[in-house]
Design a protein. Structure first.
Length: 241
């Protein structure tokens, strides 16, 4: 199971170390941390991030989104990198009527935002030694896709990757309940609940779609800008020696 991190006031922070690898061994603890946005962090929370030996913070939010609230590490050029996952130039290509489920949205994003998704994973591979922290707004969708691809490269089984993805609901459930309670229209409430959810099958269909479209996760990464050396560094970073 993932290791939740009690960083005041993050809702969805955890270390993805300790996950089993299909060929034996496990993912390295203290290598990759996933989180919701860090703008909620208290001074104590900021100190805890630094104490966790985080050497690179990768913010997957968009440029305008990142400007809406102050990020506690945005001015630390040694640590912080803004690597938007969504390519705004390609958003007009979205076929929203075809995106009937969250899985459909992810499958579309994997294709449409391929270069920016891979850029985020390259940034993980090229980070200095120490922990890498990846986050978006709530740490579920953009972070979920990025972490799922990284874990697949490390050799973690899809079912285990999906369990980690679904674990986000543990930290986000209380906030989601408040949002849904304020929606009177039943159809809209059901739609919002589906979009805010993180069911295991959502990430399973995403990984299956990526392999069906590109051959393998590795071919996907190599095809959109990652070098063989970076792929090896990403894998090595995540696997416990």
């Amino acid at each position: 199971m993932p290791t939740p991190l009690s960083w005041p006031d993050c809702r969805n922070a955890r270390d993805i170390g300790g996950l089993p690898i299909v060929t034996g061994g496990q993912t390295r603890t203290g290598a990759l941390i996933r989180s919701d946005s860090l703008d909620r962090l208290t001074a104590e929370g900021v100190a805890m991030v630094r104490a966790a030996s985080v050497r690179r913070i990768i913010d997957l939010r968009g440029l305008e989104e990142s400007r809406e609230v102050a990020h506690p590490f945005a001015t630390d050029t040694e640590i912080y990198r803004l690597v938007p996952l969504i390519d705004p130039a390609r958003e007009p290509e979205r076929d929203k009527p075809a995106e009937r489920s969250l899985g459909d949205i992810y499958k579309s994003s994997i294709v449409r935002n391929a270069r920016s998704i891979v850029e985020g994973l390259i940034t993980i591979a090229d980070a200095p030694d120490g922990a890498v922290l990846v986050h978006c707004a709530v740490g579920k969708d953009r972070t979920g896709m990025t972490v799922a691809l990284a874990l697949s490269v490390a050799g973690v089984a899809d079912e285990v990757i999906a369990e980690d993805y679904a674990f986000s609901m543990v930290g986000l459930q209380a906030d989601h309940d408040l949002i849904l309670a304020a929606i009177d229209d039943e159809a809209r409430r059901k739609h919002i609940a589906e979009r805010m959810g993180c069911k295991a099958e959502t990430i399973l269909v995403t990984l299956t779609h990526a392999r069906a479209t590109y051959g393998s996760i590795e071919e996907y990464l190599l095809g959109f800008g990652m070098t063989a050396g970076q792929l090896d560094r990403l894998r090595t970073r995540l696997i416990e020696a």
